[in-house]
Design a protein around this ligand. Structure first.
Ligand SMILES: NC(=O)c1ccc[n+]([C@@H]2O[C@H](COP(=O)([O-])OP(=O)(O)OC[C@H]3O[C@@H](n4cnc5c(N)ncnc54)[C@H](OP(=O)(O)O)[C@@H]3O)[C@@H](O)[C@H]2O)c1
Length: 267
């Protein structure tokens, strides 16, 4: 269902709230999609859902054994390994995509929480590390891939957070980094939309992963959204036809607990 509310484009992907396997979607067939941080958590679920939807997926993981194991387990086409802070990682991922003939989309999912604490108590070495991973590395990856995305009129999904849009006490570096990521997503939209590259900033909601457990300081996060459910929203966004997707580009998007994509604000 596609509608406009108060001048804001809204797209609701109709899915059930129970995690059933995705049927192969012709809209992702033969699309070349890269997913960072695909070895676990949300990134893994997005990569698995993209494979199930027919995409040729490039999985990224920090170390080579993990990347290759993930490729085999998910049935992905290719694997790329490296720490996000390695300045050569983006070029390696782009080369891998070139070997597949191009890149139709990249989901920038890998990220870190960093230590929690009030501004007055922050460890600024840790602050710099969070910024390096959640901001600089994301920008570098986009820069390395953007020629391929331009060539394919492709898509980039910046995996943001509600904490990129409002401040929650004690989430210092993470909160600041995701606000900066929103800025990058906005820049990518403003600078490349005319060349056909669609940039989406997506907050996935509260998803059952190690990061959520660490953020909430809880062992049991089973009441929150399954990664497989959140992943449906990402795959829907990757598969939406170009004109409908263009209406959502540059807007802050949320994934609901049912895996729907909703626009939550204006440009
Ligand atoms: N879960 C939530 O509720 C939630 C809410 C809002 C936003 N998000 C965002 O969703 C994205 C995925 O988070 P998640 O919950 O799936 O977290 P997660 O389970 O902690 O997974 C994080 C992934 O990022 C990778 N990674 C972290 N630092 C890296 C580095 N320096 N180099 C290479 N890979 C690195 C990890 O690799 P290793 O396994 O090697 O560490 C892992 O694959 C993040 O951007 C997060 O901010 C999550």
């Amino acid at each position: 269902m596609h509608s406009r509310r108060g001048g804001v484009a809204c797209y609701h992907v109709e899915v059930s709230s129970t995690p059933a396997p995705l049927p192969p979607s012709p809209s992702l067939a033969a699309r070349r999609i890269a997913v960072t941080g695909a070895n676990r958590g949300l990134g893994r679920a997005i990569a698995a859902a993209a494979v199930a939807a027919g995409a040729e997926v490039i999985v990224h993981a920090r170390d080579a054994a993990n990347a290759e194991r993930t490729r085999v387990e998910l049935g992905a086409r290719a694997a790329v390994a490296g720490d996000l802070t390695d300045p050569g990682l983006g070029a390696r991922l782009a080369d891998t995509a070139r070997a597949l003939g191009g890149l139709d989309g990249i989901v920038l999912s890998a990220g870190v929480l960093g230590p929690k604490g009030r501004l007055g108590e922050l460890d600024f070495d840790a602050f710099r590390e969070v910024m390096a991973v959640n901001v600089e590395a994301q920008a570098r990856m986009f820069a390395a891939c953007v020629p391929l995305l331009v060539a394919a009129r492709g898509r980039v999904i910046w995996v943001s957070s509600g904490l990129g849009r409002f401040a929650l006490p004690r989430y210092g570096a993470y909160c600041a980094s995701k606000h900066a990521l929103e800025g990058l997503a906005g820049l990518a939209h403003a600078e490349y939309i005319d060349q056909g590259v669609l940039s989406f900033s997506v907050a996935p909601g509260m998803v059952q992963t190690k990061m959520l457990a660490a953020a909430l300081e809880e062992d049991d996060v089973s009441e929150y959204t399954l990664p497989e459910v959140a992943a449906r929203g990402f795959v829907s966004l990757l598969g939406l036809d170009h004109e409908a997707a263009r209406e959502l580009a540059g807007l802050p998007l949320d994934i609901t607990s049912a895996g729907e994509v909703v626009a939550v604000g204006g440009r």
